[in-house]
Design a protein around this ligand. Structure first.
Ligand code: AOF
Ligand code: ZN
Length: 362
């Protein structure tokens, strides 16, 4: 196998952990000597050993003169675990391939510097694009202290999320819906508006055949209308947080709190999206999936408070001038004032199209 193939193996190990390492990144490592695989591993959970530790421990004394492939710059700081760079130096590894630098200000090039100063041959950039993409949430979070926001919607070819009656079951295929459950597994939190709670009474949990992790459920509910009997309140399989505004009924707050729901009130008449994202950041939520409805999407888009849009487009035309599109709000007077994005990828998921776009940096 070639260097890039070993790095891809490390990237696959990292990818398998997306959704389980937060607020830490997903990292994979592969250790090779004389063309043999002698160690490998991934960082499995925050607070537990880093990827390199698993790989080096598996190899033991044999690590000496080995070549390490790691998807993120080895750390140089004492966090919950000691520095990986020190362990690599101690183990006698002679060469290290690093896919991408760690943007964590505590590391940020110091890991590489340490390795080089110890006489280790270091190459940075092998498989960099893939390694960056798989940790886009961590990269965004570590720089901004707010979650990476993905707006997700399932639409018909004419951009509707429901027929004129409000009926929305099911626009996209079972294959797309399964893909959405993968997204839920990968995200720390999922957010909807109060209208979605009232109309759909969603559960917002992860349902994949192989099981999965539930995201924290978040509701933006200005007037605290979330029904006590809604699934988000009654179902205990995931935590629910409701953001609300001032002057809400204190008895309702008590009732919801009694069911284990966390209520966060802003001293304003509406919920300021960017302030809300800061609160989520303080809670170490590094990725947020926004699942509608159209007014919520409009708020995030108007505020420029999103990093990615994922659209599942079904080959169906619903039509109807009062059928809801996936973005509501007022909208601008002129196309000139529209939000500009660029397409990142497109793929077929069952009969549907999955489109990813991100805001254009001008
Ligand atoms: C690595 N390998 O597998 C991971 C790294 O609190 P700690 O000690 O777990 O440190 C967390 C930080 O370490 C995290 O913010 C990121 O900068 C880096 N993660 N580094 O060398 C790994 N998961
Ligand atoms: Zn480390």
């Amino acid at each position: 196998m070639q260097d890039l193939e070993y790095m891809r193996l490390a990237i696959s190990l990292a990818r398998a952990t997306i959704g389980q390492t937060s607020p830490n990144p997903s990292v994979g490592a592969v250790l090779i000597k004389d063309g043999r695989l002698i160690g490998s591993g991934a960082h499995l959970k925050a607070g537990t050993p880093h990827a390199e530790v698993h790989a080096i421990q598996a190899a033991g004394e044999n690590a000496r003169d080995g070549i390490l492939y790691v998807t993120l710059e080895p750390c140089s700081h004492f966090g919950k675990t000691p520095p990986c760079a020190d362990l690599i130096i101690k183990s006698g590894i002679k060469k290290v391939f690093v896919a991408t630098l760690d943007p964590n200000p505590l590391v940020a090039g110091n890991g590489i510097k340490k390795l080089k100063e110890a006489g280790i041959e270091v190459h940075v950039g092998l498989g960099e694009d893939e390694a960056k993409k798989l940790n886009h949430s961590f990269f965004h979070f570590i720089k901004t202290n707010t979650p990476f926001v993905t707006i997700k919607a399932a639409v018909s070819l004419d951009g509707k999320t429901a027929a004129k009656t409000g009926d929305s079951k099911w626009i996209t295929s079972p294959e797309s819906r399964l893909d959405v459950h993968q997204l839920r597994h990968e995200h720390d939190a999922i957010l909807v508006g109060i209208n979605t709670v009232l109309n759909d009474d969603p559960l917002l949990t992860t349902r994949r055949p192989q099981g999965g992790k539930n995201p924290i459920r978040i509701v933006l509910d200005t007037h605290l209308k979330t029904p006590i009997h809604s699934q988000l309140v009654q179902d205990q399989s995931a935590k629910t947080i409701i953001f609300t505004s001032k002057d809400v009924d204190s008895k309702k707050v008590e009732e919801l709190t009694g069911q284990g729901v966390e209520i966060i009130s802003f001293h304003t008449t509406n919920i300021p999206i960017k302030e809300m994202l800061k609160v989520l950041g303080e809670k170490k939520i590094m990725s947020l999936l926004v699942e509608g409805g159209s007014e919520i999407h409009a708020s995030f888009i108007e505020e420029g408070a999103f990093q990615q849009v994922i659209l599942y487009i079904a080959p169906k035309i619903i039509g109807g001038r009062s059928a809801i599109p996936f973005v509501g709000g007022e909208g601008p007077e002129l196309v000139e004032y529209s939000k500009k994005l660029e397409f990142v990828s497109f793929e077929k998921v069952g009969p549907d199209l999955k489109l990813i776009a991100k805001p254009l940096v001008e």
